[in-house]
Design a protein around this ligand. Structure first.
Ligand code: SF4
Length: 591
């Protein structure tokens, strides 16, 4: 079922009033890839009456008032993507299209949507005193003082700017149910894990970060604050944090405990319509559905820790996988969907081949604090999940009604090569059965100094060449015609024009491609790469780092790689748009 979006639908359900109203910057899409749908279904499953208002008009009270006032709280999210990333390029130009808006024209989502919607609720619900609770990626990544590229300054926690009551960060199914329960019972919700709030006092036991005012004027203070923030993101080890903003404190409780595999299975089995609500569909198709409608999320979290990616801070570093049975059940349910034609568009997660992987230490205590699981070398204690994924994919292929199950999520080629037992077998199976014309990997660059700044020192050119050779060998053996495509990035901190020329030379000579679409680094909030962009220093050494900040220079870096080049060059298939339609993370064009 869809959650109600109008009074009439509420009446149809026999609901006089709602407990919780969720407000989102996207059209309401009932899909397990969409945070607002998942949170709504989880709350419904816990016994609450929930409604959704998608993309309300901020110029009047008509939309925001159409469901009345909630009994417990308003939940506000900017949508699946930070609204500034969705609406604007890094240089502030407005994007014309929006995959989460019916009809595709970017004319419904306000800039800084979480703030705009919190203001809207206050303006048109003057008598209503229900708490306003922020959630979703925009709030999550802006929960402490953060660098904002669109104003080129450090901004306060969004909780202050939105004047909201609480902020739930990360994947918040557990904390949102707990919050609803405490509000219903009239209990104090301030101690809930995964929750941020504002306090006049500094609570005992909090680690105090440099204040917003210090971070604003002192880049060293900002670096210290970010490092402490980043190091306190794993549930088993994180401590409560406090950051002074003027005379008050932003308090961040430790993150919510991760859902177990069984709990994840339950969340994904709550029954989703895999469509936009008819209220929105009357205004046109929602493009994001092309990629998310028939895709399956197999796991959450990523221990890759690429510096430009927000997953570590939002989803967490420990991989949590669903059971094979739950994934197969979802595939079977898909085959009964009237629009299903036999193709599952993706079976994956932040990195497709992290499914089922991990180590005992990670399970018990979270990832090692001072050591990366895969860089510069894959940790010998990391248990690969390739064997499990192979079994899963084989079973998916045999589901009646499934003609093809594509792995479209990025594959970590370094992990494949490091798995001496199952790595090549896994790649062979992918190539033979689970690639749809092209397979995507994300080397991002070829030059060691740039890869180091990206937090990907293990993804060197030799590994890439070896992976490419294996891919084409297996493709030939399978008698198929398909390509390997590469996500490459320009203007990452530390990258110069000279580095881009070397990357171009490498791409032409060793990979035999000239990508037409190259991503220009975007400094999104709360990543290590954004920290380097803002401070122009390597945070691990404190040494100055070159950062190309001018629009012209950044475009020139891109043009070096994406411009027309000589030689026998393959084009097109090697240059897909990044897949950023799937929910909560930034492995997309806006990173
Ligand atoms: S022991 Fe190795 S695989 Fe396990 S968390 Fe630490 S670095 Fe990662």
């Amino acid at each position: 079922m869809f959650l109600p979006t109008t009074k009439k639908e509420m009446e149809g359900l026999g609901w006089e009033a709602l407990d919780i109203i969720l407000v989102t910057g996207d059209a309401y899409i009932d899909s397990p890839f969409v945070g607002v749908a998942v949170v709504g279904k989880v709350l419904l499953d816990a016994g609450y009456r929930v409604g959704v208002i998608g993309q309300p008009d901020t110029g009047s009270g008509d939309d925001i008032g159409r469901l009345g006032a909630p009994r417990l709280f308003w939940g506000v999210t900017g949508g699946c993507i930070d609204s500034m990333v969705a609406n604007r390029t890094a240089t502030g130009r407005r994007r014309k299209s929006d995959d989460y808006t019916p009809g595709g024209v970017n004319d419904r989502r306000p800039d800084r949507a979480a703030i705009a919607y919190a203001n809207l609720i206050r303006r048109y619900s003057k008598k209503d005193t229900r708490p306003i609770v922020l959630g979703g990626i925009e709030a999550s990544l802006r929960r402490i003082a953060h660098y904002d590229a669109w104003t080129d300054r450090v901004r306060r926690s969004v909780l202050f700017d939105a004047k909201a009551d609480y902020l739930l960060y990360g994947m918040c199914e557990r904390s949102v149910v707990e919050l609803a329960g405490r509000l219903k019972e009239g209990k104090d919700p301030h101690g809930i894990r995964g929750l941020c709030h504002i306090s006049k006092e500094l609570p005992e036991g909090c680690v105090e970060l440099p204040s917003f005012e210090d971070c604003e004027k002192d880049k060293d203070a900002f670096t210290r604050a970010f490092r402490t923030f980043y190091d306190n993101n794993d549930p088993p080890t994180a401590r409560p944090l406090a950051q002074k903003h003027d005379a008050r404190y932003l308090i961040q409780n430790p993150p919510a405990l991760y859902l177990s595999g069984r709990e994840l299975d339950r969340v994904y089995g709550l029954g989703y319509e895999r469509d936009a609500h008819p209220y929105h569909l009357k205004d046109g198709e929602v493009k994001a559905l092309e990629t998310i409608r028939f895709s399956i999320s197999t796991h959450r979290g990523c221990y890759g820790e690429c510096g430009f990616c927000a997953i570590a801070v939002h989803e967490g570093r420990r991989v949590r996988s669903r059971s094979k049975e739950s994934i197969i059940a979802e595939a079977k349910e898909m085959t009964r969907h009237p629009l299903f034609k036999g193709r599952i568009h993706d079976v994956g997660g932040p990195s497709a081949n992290m499914y089922g992987s991990g180590c005992e230490r990670m399970e018990e205590k979270g990832p090692c604090p001072k050591r990366s699981c895969i860089s510069p070398k894959v940790c010998p204690l990391l248990k690969s999940g390739h064997a499990e994924q192979l079994e899963l994919l084989k079973e998916l292929r045999s589901v009646k009604g499934v003609k093809k199950a594509v792995v479209a999520s990025g594959v970590r080629h370094d992990l494949v090569l490091a798995d001496k037992k199952d790595g090549e077998r896994y790649l062979k199976e992918l190539v033979s059965h689970h690639v749809s014309g092209q397979m995507k990997i994300a080397p991002e660059h070829s030059e060691a100094n740039v890869l180091e700044m990206m937090g990907k020192p293990g993804c060197d050119r030799n590994a890439l060449i070896k992976f490419k050779e294996l891919f084409y060998r297996f493709t030939k053996e399978a008698g198929l015609k398909q390509f390997l495509s590469y996500y490459l990035m320009a203007a990452h901190p530390g990258c110069t024009k000279s580095d881009m020329k070397k990357l171009k030379s490498f791409a032409l000579k060793e990979l035999g491609v000239l990508p037409e679409q190259v991503q220009v680094f975007t400094p999104t909030p709360s990543t290590y790469s954004t920290l380097i962009y803002w401070t122009e220093r390597d945070p691990s050494t404190g040494k100055p780092c070159f950062v190309e900040k001018s629009e012209r220079g950044r475009e020139e870096q891109k043009a070096i790689l994406a411009g027309t080049g000589g030689g026998k060059v393959k084009k097109g298939p090697h240059a897909p748009e990044r897949h950023w339609s799937k929910g909560t993370h930034y492995r997309g064009k806006g990173r």
